[in-house]
Design a protein around this ligand. Structure first.
Ligand code: COA
Length: 197
């Protein structure tokens, strides 16, 4: 999937007229094994080393992303400038995806790349028959995609999370209705973690 964006700014000396300064294109595609180093460097830049301490990371450890749901964004030069992955999980005994981490290179933000990564991954998740998505992230950002706090009120994670950042989205109406219990990786049993950020 390719996108082309006009980057707008004000003309020098003008207070009102925006002008197109450049065209910036990006593409969304499946992550490849050769993307791993660039992806990890991008995630280090975006989150720092604390990313490895997060409760969500405990759910991802030893797992692989759901098939077809590890995406990258690349720029005109083919450089990796965005990443998102969704992971198979069980939430209160129901199948769900866990979204994250999502990151866009600092030099490429506010161009719609984060939105494109989320919208493409959610569209694919629907096509693949997934029913619900959970994440821990900034509600003011994810609310625009329909993520809501109410779907996770009776769910617990296998470590501490800020409840206000624990969000859910139904891909199929009712998929998270009344759900309660622990979120665990799809392929592994629930384990209480001794400590996590
Ligand atoms: C969050 C992130 C992925 C957004 O990527 P992006 O390509 O800039 O996103 P988009 O272009 O689709 O959207 C940009 C808009 O989201 C807003 N936004 C970005 N991060 C936000 C946040 N944490 N909370 C609320 N709004 C946010 C921007 O202000 C911008 O608003 P505008 O459209 O009114 O100007 C990117 O800022 C990033 O990588 N941040 C660091 C890592 C991170 O926080 N990841 C998400 C985990 S919560």
């Amino acid at each position: 999937m390719a996108f082309e964006l006009a980057c707008l700014d004000h003309a020098p000396g003008s207070l009102i007229a925006p002008v197109a300064l450049a065209l910036s294109a990006f593409a969304i595609r499946d992550e490849a094994p050769s993307d791993i180093d660039a992806r990890e460097a991008l995630l280090d830049d975006a989150f720092g080393p604390a990313r490895f301490l997060k409760t969500c990371q405990r759910l991802r450890d030893g797992s692989a992303p759901a098939p077809g749901l590890a995406l990258v964004a690349t720029n005109d030069d083919g450089a990796l400038i965005g990443t998102v992955r969704l992971w198979p999980a069980r939430a209160g005994g129901r199948d769900a995806l866990l979204l994250g981490p999502l990151a866009v290179a600092a030099s490429s933000r506010s161009l719609g790349i984060g939105r494109a990564l989320i919208e493409e991954s959610l569209a694919r998740a629907v096509e693949l028959g997934h029913r619900a998505v959970l994440l821990v992230g900034d509600a003011p950002y994810y609310a625009r995609f329909g993520f809501e706090r109410r779907f996770t009120e009776r769910l617990t994670m296998p470590g501490p999370v800020e409840r206000a950042r624990f969000l859910g989205l139904e891909l199929v109406a009712g998929a998270l209705e009344g759900v309660r219990g622990r979120v665990i990786p799809a392929a592994r049993p629930a384990v209480d973690l001794p400590r996590a950020a």
